[in-house]
Each structure stands twice: as structure tokens, then as C-alpha cells.
Design a protein around this ligand. Structure first.
Ligand code: AHM
Ligand code: MG
Length: 340
């Protein structure tokens, strides 16, 4: 006979418990997290159908029913915009898929939160059935004045109220922190609920894995080359060499390293002196999660969380993962600046 489940907890009830720690909370924040959870389920449903595009029609083409098949990153973006823009808690939405931030109709009044997201990170991998993800960060508006502006949007990661990601992999997982531990939930597709599977995730202080696209080595400066060579050969005082693991899908690489220990690197190159990754919708939210799990994130000179973005799409070099390893990388990169 099937066992009756004991102490299962849904993500919604976990979020409500969090809310109860703040007597007087309006429920706006919990409602916002619930909206993100709902959006994640819808996007996850479409991602799992991605392998059917050859049967149903490639993206941008007509499928057998004569409907145009949407690109999944456009689709994911619209789902986020639709799910988050309506209830009145959000004043500004910023997306990797949209050039400009959107000031919602409540931006001149009640909306207290700013959400910046990458709706489908790593989407170039999707046709090969490689894991992809969604990343989000939530900030509070800076002031009570009626009109919000760009300074409400352009805040450092240190001001984040919450951040999370969803990895659409062999199972769909939702990982988030609101500054009180990092918690992971796995989607049970049979009941359509994210169930608590990883409570209070802490990342190993030191890892055995480094994740970097070594094809860009020609464009690196000598310091980065030496750092990566040293990681390969084994750092002085550390036993054993490291292994390389690079999926090329940030959420998946980050998630593996968070659980097992390891460091993800996206250094600057001659042609991309600020690297590739976006500060607001990728680096800062993941840095907030890393620090809340005991890890660390740096741009090679200091904490990612201390950088104030100058635009929504500002890019930043990223070194993120196990605390001791990232601090060692930062120490080796920060003396004397880069020489690209
Ligand atoms: P995207 O936001 O356009 O998907 O780009 C971000 C992705 C990350 O998921 C991944 O880690 C990185 O780009 C891979 O870049 P590269 O192919 O240059 O190594
Ligand atoms: Mg991205």
C-alpha cells in the first residue's frame, strides 16, 4: 500500500511561515513570491515540451495547427510580466529580455517592490535538452514618495529583499532566500506542487570543481590565466586537483556548485571587458543566494553585492561559489588591476 506522506511542506506554506515571522506584514511580499511560483510552473510546463518542437513546429514557424510557435524565452518573459504585473505589489519590472524597465500602473502609488529577472537563462541549450533556468531578484522601493524613478531600480544587491532561481532539469527545482536561509523545493508534477526538499542549504566552504569557458583563454589577461592554471593543478596547501564542469547554463552550473561545492567563473576578455553576465538579473540575485548559503561572489575586485548598477543591463565579471575559493581568486586578481 502507498505510504501516507508525513511532513510534506509546500512552498506556499513555507512562505506563509516566513510571513508569520513579521507581525503586521501585509502579505504583499508573500503574494509576490506566490506569483513567481505560479509563473515558474507555467514556464516549467512549456520547457518540458520543448523536445516536441520538431513535431509541433520549430520556434518562429507555424506548427501543425497553423499556430506560430513562440520562442521560449519570449514566452517565459511574457508569463513573468503577466503574472507579476497585476496584483499591485510591484512598481518596476526589469527583464533581460526587455531593453527598458517597465513602470507598472501602480508605480505612482502602492507598489512597493521592484523585480528584475532573467526569464530563461541558458536558452540556447534548450534544443539539446540541457537544463535551463529562471533567475529573479526582489528589491524594495527606496522611498515612500509617490513617484518611483530609476534610482529605485538601480540598487546594489546588498539591498535585495529576496532572490531565487528555478532550474528546469531532470526535475524542476525552486530555490530561494529571503535572507533567512536558502531553501530548495522540488516540483511534484503529479500534484503540481513545489515540495520542500532542501531545507537550509549551506554550500561547502571549499569545492573540487571549477566552471569556466576555457575557449576564451586567448582573451584573458595573465592573472586570470594563472588563476585557472593554479585551480587545475591544485592550489598550494590544498589537496588534489580540481575537476572542470561547465554546462554553459549558469543556473545549472551554479546549482551544482552550490550543493557540491565549487566555483563558477566568467572573467572579462579583450572583446568583453565587462564579461557577459548581467549584474541585476543574473549576478546580484545569485550572489545574494550564495552569501546566504555561506558562499561568496566577487567581480574580481570586491563583493558583487556592493556594486551599484549604472543601467538595468550593466554587465559584470563573475566569480561565484565556495567562499574560500572565491576569496582566493579575488585576492589573486585584485592586486594591480587587469591587463587585458
Ligand atoms: P543568456 O542569458 O543569453 O542565456 O546567457 C547567459 C548564459 C549563461 O547561462 C551561461 O553560463 C553563459 O551564458 C554561457 O556563455 P558562454 O557560451 O559565453 O560560455
Ligand atoms: Mg541570462
Amino acid at each position: 500500500m502507498t505510504q501516507v506522506p508525513g511532513n510534506l511542506q509546500t512552498i506556499e506554506s513555507h512562505m506563509l511561515e516566513l510571513q508569520s515571522l513579521h507581525p503586521g506584514a501585509s502579505g504583499d511580499f508573500t503574494g509576490l513570491l506566490n506569483d513567481i511560483t505560479f509563473a515558474a510552473k507555467i514556464i516549467g510546463r512549456e520547457v518540458t515540451k520543448a523536445g516536441l518542437v520538431d513535431i509541433l513546429g520549430a520556434t518562429g514557424e507555424e506548427n501543425v495547427q497553423g499556430e506560430v510557435v513562440q520562442k521560449l524565452d519570449d514566452y517565459a518573459n511574457k508569463v513573468f510580466m503577466n503574472c507579476l504585473g497585476r496584483r499591485g505589489q510591484v512598481c518596476i519590472l526589469g527583464s533581460e529580455e526587455m531593453a527598458e524597465p517597465v513602470f507598472t500602473p501602480v508605480s505612482q502609488g502602492s507598489g512597493r517592490y521592484i523585480v528584475v529577472f532573467d526569464p530563461l537563462d541558458g536558452s540556447s541549450n534548450i534544443d539539446a535538452n540541457v537544463s535551463v533556468g529562471t533567475i529573479f531578484g526582489i528589491w524594495r522601493r527606496r522611498s515612500d514618495r509617490t513617484h518611483v524613478g530609476m534610482d529605485d531600480l538601480l540598487q546594489p544587491g546588498r539591498n535585495l529583499v529576496a532572490a531565487g532561481y528555478i532550474v528546469y532539469g531532470s526535475s524542476t527545482m525552486f530555490v530561494y532566500t529571503a535572507g533567512k536561509g536558502v531553501h530548495g523545493f522540488t516540483l511534484d508534477p503529479s500534484i503540481g506542487e513545489f515540495l520542500l526538499s532542501h531545507e537550509n542549504i549551506t554550500t561547502p566552504f571549499h569545492g573540487q570543481v571549477y566552471s569556466v569557458n576555457e575557449a576564451y583563454e586567448q582573451g584573458w589577461d595573465d592573472k586570470i590565466r594563472t588563476v585557472v592554471d593554479t585551480l587545475k593543478m591544485g592550489r598550494p596547501g590544498r589537496e588534489g586537483r580540481m575537476s572542470g564542469r561547465y554546462i554553459g547554463s549558469l543556473v545549472a552550473d551554479f546549482h551544482r556548485n552550490l550543493l557540491y561545492g565549487g566555483t563558477y567563473l566568467y572573467p572579462p576578455t579583450k572583446d568583453k571587458p565587462r564579461g557577459k553576465l548581467r549584474l541585476m538579473c543574473e549576478a546580484a540575485p545569485l550572489a545574494f543566494i550564495a552569501e546566504n548559503a555561506g558562499g561568496y561572489a566577487s567581480d574580481g575586485a570586491g563583493p558583487i553585492l556592493d556594486i551599484t548598477p549604472d543601467t538595468l543591463h550593466a554587465r559584470v565579471p563573475l566569480y561565484i561559489g565556495s567562499r574560500e575559493d572565491v576569496l582566493w581568486i579575488e585576492k589573486n586578481l585584485s592586486s594591480g588591476g587587469h591587463n587585458l
